[in-house]
Design a protein around this ligand. Structure first.
Ligand code: AMP
Length: 366
């Protein structure tokens, strides 16, 4: 299914990623229709049309399906059933249900990565205190306990440190505490990866199978939330090749159409370990708005619409900095900075930890 100019891309989800996708679509002469449960959502300002409805509201989904030529989603917790419902109505949903379903469960995601030969942290499924203890014996300490589903920005996870020893029951207490921290929900225990850097690959696969990838940014997190993404990353060409190969294998195995964001840990010896992937445009790819002729948002819309993919070449160095909570209040000073692209999401309230916008600082390419 190819979508011609003036055609309509449906987007499930109305956050900032939807807003930037809608803006990119408009640049290509395409219309967008957002479906989202929120009364007010950042994407509505930028879209041609929106429907306020739950993702499982079948009459609303059916009407939405009639109004669009292809559908995508902008966050990974859209119910798979919504994608399947639209697909069964004959709508092209890109990426498809498999990419979404696999990304929604950290256990299935890791098993998938291993199945295509990619390395992950050691892991163990956890369903109760006994399996948590088993897992600690397998993956060692320190370890990270994460809920299988619905975690984001460091939420739904807790660390178990090496110091929690057997002395005076501290080990038992630490285990019980960790299990309570994740809400006693089905989880996965991961061994701690002693990484030197974190990078991500923002890749795209077109409807014709063409694959393109941007230069990987180096990502720094603060309080579990991405703070900066910097290109070029200080990693070797061999490391980049390894991460690109894994991404390419994932795209093929998932028969993927659209942009994917794959997060990697880089080890001392240059090897890469998959942390997770997002079946959508990714925060660490926001620098492409000011650092490349074709941004990740345009690239995703091109793929979903069945257009040729654009050139991902970088024309500058870039540092993307997220504006979190009150940091957005500095917008006037940021707007006055030379060589800086300011992108604000139109959110009305700057709550702590909330992504409010970002700034891309550009400099001469090295
Ligand atoms: P996640 O929610 O899985 O993306 O984790 C958020 C951040 O926690 C990552 O970007 C890493 O900085 C850190 N982290 C997560 N898992 C591990 C791990 N297995 N070993 C070391 N650091 C980790």
């Amino acid at each position: 299914m190819n979508v011609e100019p003036n055609g309509t891309i449906g987007i499930l989800g109305g956050g900032q990623l939807g807003r930037m996708l809608a803006t990119a679509a408009a640049e290509l002469g395409l219309r967008t229709h957002i479906l989202c449960p929120d009364d007010r959502a950042p994407a509505y300002d930028a879209a041609s049309e929106h429907t306020v409805a739950g993702y499982l509201d079948e009459p609303a989904l059916a009407a939405f399906a009639k109004s669009v030529d292809a559908v995508t989603y902008e966050f990974e917790n859209v119910p798979v059933e919504a994608v399947e419902f639209l697909t069964n109505l004959g709508v092209a949903v890109r990426p498809g249900a498999k990419a979404l379903e696999t990304a929604q469960d950290r256990l299935i995601e890791k098993q998938f990565a291993n199945s295509i030969g990619a390395k992950t942290a050691a892991f163990h499924p956890v369903d109760d205190l006994a399996s948590l203890k088993e897992g600690l014996e397998k993956v060692g300490r320190p370890a990270i306990l994460k809920t299988r589903r619905l975690g984001y920005d460091g939420k739904g996870q807790t660390r178990i440190t090496a110091e929690d020893s057997n002395l005076s029951g501290a080990y038992e207490k630490a285990i019980e505490f960790a299990w309570a921290e994740v809400g006693a929900a089905p989880s996965i225990l991961e061994g701690f990866v002693p990484f030197t850097r974190e990078i991500s690959i923002i890749g795209a696969r077109g409807a014709d199978g063409d694959v393109k990838m941007y230069d990987p940014p180096e990502n720094v997190h603060r309080n579990g939330i991405l703070k900066t993404s910097t290109v070029p990353a200080k990693v070797t060409a061999a490391t980049i090749d390894k991460a690109r190969k894994v991404t390419c294998d994932m795209l093929e195995a998932l028969d993927y159409v659209g942009v994917i964001g794959v997060e990697f840990f880089v080890l001392d010896n240059g090897d890469v370990i998959v942390n997770e992937y997002a079946p959508r445009v990714h925060n660490s790819g926001h620098w492409t708005q000011d650092g490349c002729a074709v941004s990740q948002f345009e690239q995703h819309i091109r793929a979903v619409a069945g257009w040729p993919l654009g050139d991902p070449a970088r024309h500058s160095n870039a540092i993307m900095e997220n504006l979190i909570g009150d940091e957005v209040n500095e917008w006037r000073a940021l707007a006055a900075e030379p060589q800086a692209g300011v992108h604000l999401y139109g959110k009305r309230e700057a709550r702590p930890g909330r992504k409010m916008g970002h700034v891309n600082r550009i400099s001469v390419k090295s």
